[in-house]
Design a protein. Sequence first.
Length: 201
Amino acid sequence: MTRFTYIYDTYCGWCHGAAPVINALVESGADVTVMHRHLFQGANAYRMGDGFARMALQYDRRVEQLTGQVFSDTYVQDILGNPDEVLDSSLTAYAAALVHDQGAGAEIKLANVLQRARYVDGISAGNGEAVRSALIEFSVNRSLDEGRSLARQISTDAANLQSRFGSQGVPTLVMQIDGRTTQVDVSTYYHFPEEIAALAA
């Protein structure tokens, strides 16, 4: 049986770009485990006013060009253009942990909602109310902080898995079949996301 593990961070622009591919894989009925890597925290929580915005815009434009995923003018103005905005994915990591037991479909759907909120609607990473509102659809009415411990464990497990492949960034998609585990190049499917389902056949 073919199994997949997808490692991501909600606020990774490349993960936003890969969303149609991962959606197609999950919607195909493939056996997928989803793990939030929680890269953007602590020393890796970057403040836009410290020069990160310029670099992020370059990457975002590249992702948009390659994948067709939208990074709106509102996002550029309200997020990248706000010097006090901090790229911290903690709230989304906790939210992901709170829906993790509902399966890959739910967690990826939540990621899509939160990515749209950021990259299209320009909602700040620090807007806890927006994250809590997104959880209502998943019948989760708990404090985001209740997901902290599980989020930390999932991130650690994801990092350990990535170390086997020399991978540190996201998105990372690995496939296990007949006892062999290999890394899948998600970019191969940017223009034909539905074709990734063939890997699960």
